[in-house]
Design a binder for this molecule. Sequence first.
Ligand code: SAM
Length: 277
Amino acid sequence: THFGFETVSEAEKTEKVYKVFENVAKKYDIMNDAMSLGIHRLWKDRLLHVMNPVPGTKLLDVAGGTGDITFRFVDYVRFRLRCQTRRELKSRQSLSWQQIAESYGQNESKSLGGSHAIVCDINKQMLKVGKQKAQSLGYTKGVSWVVGNAEELPFDDNKFDVYTIAFGIRNVTHISQALEEAYRVLKPGGRFLCLEFSRVNNPFLSRLYDLYSFQVIPVLGEVIAGDWKSYQYLVESIRRFPEQEEFKAMMEDVGFLKTEYHNITSGVVAIHSGFKL
Ligand code: SAM
């Protein structure tokens, strides 16, 4: 069962998932670091490398939670803009790289060159924690926060260049419906990217991973967040999620083309990619 209780209905699942993330919101970031020994940061960085966004990109980060993917997107775009502006300055003026770096304004470094990101999540509490983080870390420009369900997105058709969903899709009750919605809101040419726990393809690591997931993670959940059941749910939800090939086929069923996936850390997580063409 999902929570160690009786089997739950679909409506109950949505409600229980909501409660899980409401409970864990404040400790969510600390727990991610503790549970993955910080490795989730590298997985998220990898998603951005695969995305490789250019200035002007419109991103929809679904199940965006406390904003980790969006903040990386902003950093990535800012970095590209900085390089671009510096190259332009260098070609127009006979300044040294040192002088260019010094003259480079604070405002310019904050601009996103027409890029925009929307963090969309069903859970108000997660978004609240994310917004506070954005304020304190300086990720306010070009970022919006919207409450919404991945299965029924509050956006028009053909709006976004990139749709991301990181560690979110396994929590959605109807995965195919969420995929259809992703397809609908992407512009023609837009890209779907999903980062999610998947099937480990190394037998030794697989055994170790099982042991760690079922024996250690709920204990960490209890000790750090005082919440055994929510973390037990998270582990169980990973096991129920379709494996790499199956999820790729689900993406193709709703119309995505040029689909592929990359396993990371022997398939502990996978990045799935597909285009609306
Ligand atoms: N993407 C963030 C990250 O990588 O740190 C957060 C991932 S967190 C494990 C999963 C998020 O999915 C939670 O914030 C939860 O509220 C959200 N979520 C669950 N079901 C959802 C749904 N149907 N629509 C939108 N968000 C949902």
